[in-house]
Design a protein around this ligand. Structure first.
Ligand code: ADP
Ligand code: MG
Length: 308
């Protein structure tokens, strides 16, 4: 299959929403912004051999690529609108691309994004998605803004499952259905993120490990804050403690990453049914995190650094 045929067959499906003036197939896309809204844009990459195994199932590749991309929009409280997909494929293998494209289009519909363009080239497997969303003027929720007295909320399912699945991939533990689900099918918390507009002072999604991402909330605050995390309140993925023991399970949950839950700093009078209150912020001389009153263990690497 040539590049041209592949793009036409799999990535130019024609049907777009009414705000798309020119969809894919032209030199660039043209869209009409919603009046009174601001545009929110982010790009994310998934590289085989680094973020996922070199021999990567097409559906898992599609889910991870779009899921983690859209999680960034969820964390800004944005409504997703459009996506651009840049794909580098080792070969134009119609079987693999067909399954990838099916899954990608299906999820794009489910998560409310219109595929308006992209790029397709040959090379080692990788994908980039540029996601574009909108928020009503001034209502994006950023990482900046946590205050003394705020509570730290975790919204979403649980922690550590994607990290535990790395042990499955490396062959050191047995297959586990829920960990596989967390690793291959991250669910961006789009409705939750939007519901938090005006409810929280700051928000971030957990992609690099909870401790590291809480660190970003501390960095973004206007004054130095101490955040005390209550370990018993952390929702851990199924089977984590049973398989790895409490200490290792907590390390995985707090440093593993790829959880795609949302962390929010909210005033103490707020409460969220879909969430767990896992800690509190207070004024401090220097920014710091403690876990049940203890500092973060020095031998923990604070989170996943994709450039390692
Ligand atoms: P150009 O040479 O102008 O960059 P391309 O041949 O790369 O054009 O792409 C042709 C059209 O197909 C463009 O509108 C582009 O946005 C779209 N396209 C290419 N690859 C993809 C893809 N993976 N997903 C969606 N649209 C794509
Ligand atoms: Mg191109």
């Amino acid at each position: 299959m040539t590049e041209f045929e592949l793009i036409q067959t799999y990535f130019q499906r024609g049907a777009h929403g009414p705000s798309v003036v020119v969809g894919n197939g032209d030199d660039a896309a043209v869209v009409s912004p919603t009046p009174g809204h601001q545009t929110v844009i982010s790009v994310d990459s998934v590289v085989a051999g680094r973020h996922v195994p070199t021999l990567c199932p097409p559906e898992g590749f599609a889910s991870r690529l779009l899921g983690r991309g859209l999680s960034d929009l969820a964390a800004m409280a944005a409504t997703p609108r459009y996506v651009l997909l840049s794909l580098t494929l080792p070969s134009f293998d119609a079987g693999w691309v067909d399954q990838f494209a099916e899954k990608f289009h299906h999820l794009a519909v489910q998560w409310g994004v219109d595929l308006i363009g992209g790029d397709t080239t040959r090379g080692p497997l990788s994908g980039q998605v540029t996601v574009i969303g909108e928020v009503p003027e001034g209502q994006a929720v950023t990482r900046k803004g946590a205050r003394p007295g705020d509570r730290l909320w975790l919204l979403g399912q649980d922690l550590g499952g994607a990290r535990a699945y790395l042990e499955v991939l490396s062959g050191s533990v047995a297959e586990h259905v829920i960990w596989a689900e967390r690793y291959w099918r991250p669910e961006p918390l789009l409705d939750l993120g939007q519901a938090l507009r005006g409810q929280t002072h700051a928000m971030i999604d957990v992609s690099d490990g909870l401790c590291q991402d809480v660190g970003h909330l501390l960095q973004g605050a206007a004054q130095p804050l101490h955040v005390e995390i209550d370990l018993d309140s952390l929702p851990l993925a199924d089977g984590l403690i049973a398989r790895f023991g409490r200490e290792r399970a907590l390390e995985m949950a707090l440093t593993g990453g790829d959880d795609y839950v949302l962390l929010a700093a909210a005033p103490p009078d707020r409460s969220f049914d879909a969430g767990h209150c896992i800690g509190r912020f207070e004024a401090s001389e220097t920014p710091r995190i403690s876990l049940d009153g203890q500092p973060v263990p020095a031998d923990w690497s604070l989170g996943w650094d994709h450039s390692r």
